[in-house]
Design a protein around this ligand. Sequence first.
Ligand SMILES: [Fe+2]
Length: 491
Amino acid sequence: MATTSPSMQTELDGPEVLRRGLREQRAEIAVDDVPLKGQLPPWLTGTLVRLSPSRWDAGDQQMRHWFDGLAMLHRFGIRDGRVDYANRFLRTKQYRSITEEGHMATSEFGTDPCRTLFGRVMTMFRPDFTDNANVNVVKLAGEAIAMTETPIPMTFDPETLETIGVSPWAEHVPGMLTIAHPHADPVTGDLVSFATEISRHCKVNVYRMDPQTRETTVIASIPDPKIPYMHSFAITERHVILVTFPLVIDQLAMMKGALKRGGGVVDHFRWEPERGSTFHVFDRETGEQRASIAGPAFFSFHHVNAFEREDGRVVVDLFAYEDGSIVEALMIEDLRAGTATLPGAELRRCELDLDAGTVDIRPLADPNAELGRIDYARHNGRPYRWLYAVSSQGTRPGAREALLGDQLVKIDVESGAFSAWHEAGCLPSEPVFVARPGGTQEDDGVALSVVLDARSETSFLLALDAATFTEIARAELPQHVPLGFHGAFFS
Ligand SMILES: [Fe+2]
């Protein structure tokens, strides 16, 4: 089943829509009562906070990659059926350096600052980490935290969007490269995540942290001669599952590359398909390795969910790419010029037999999909049925790309059936599911997405009824929100 909202025809072609979605946004505004079409449910009370990279002009140079842009927080306060909005750049060291001194303070994913030869040599010995936390937002022990893949989580006030500073959590991250997608242990409430120690021989440390005391325990480690690039992982009621894909960062080349002007870590990624992928399964309590299962070469940014079946098999669902080329395909100049070819992403189910040491992998649904959300509080690590995600109708060159896609989908992971929301000239963001308090059905709630409307060069907050996947309301902002990554709803 597919539903399409009524829409006016657009004369914009796909590349122009994308170019408008990646325009910088420097205006920081606050709107008390955002004009609303439709009706939000009276029970929907809270704050949706999203992050987007919003400025790539770094003064004396242009940042090269979509992931590099300066982090901007967007806040949608929802109460009594009304919406207010505010946006603000995170006041990071990187932000201050660019806006006050006209140059980058530290490296980003795809861009190294223009340094003196001395400065470039020094970073080989004393790596600098960006604090430009532009990827994801979480709440930990009452703190709202913006995160990226360096171990510098930034705290902010979700009401005023004031930047508070580096979270004390930073001191406890056991590695130099980490992720912006930690999990909350559904039993203990601990944070579960991983970080990679970088040296001549690297080590991925899976750890848990008590959010109150910050006491941190490394529960398992994976040694690797190179840095396996992983953006997320999965947990079940008993297990932690990490998949090391054959997309690696060559740390020795990176150290030598510190002498190369302008490049970033993205220049040191290597696709080594002969490594295959490995599913590492650990007991979440003891850290005991339950399995290390070899699988075919593929790459994934985002796990969707994982759970244990009654027959003992462990199911891992993720968005899969045939190879690692998506990482280099997201250079901002190519995206804006319409010359980027984005590889497609496929929703895949990986069924692990821990005793036999085997994995069966199959596509789960027809539409390409990325940036997915589930009813996390009630179903993460457990059996589930509904997934909400960004997808693409395939009207742009590059066909089945899902990242930066032009429709939203709700997928039944049991049957593969799906519903879609699409409007011409619009690019929606990751749909965040919010459950109706007291609801008993898994899809009883709303899905909230910030949609870029390239026709008017503004954005709107879209609320879909999660059960029917049809629009119930939209709140129209006076300006656009650049295409971004993730967000969270704080009740
Ligand atoms: Fe992500």
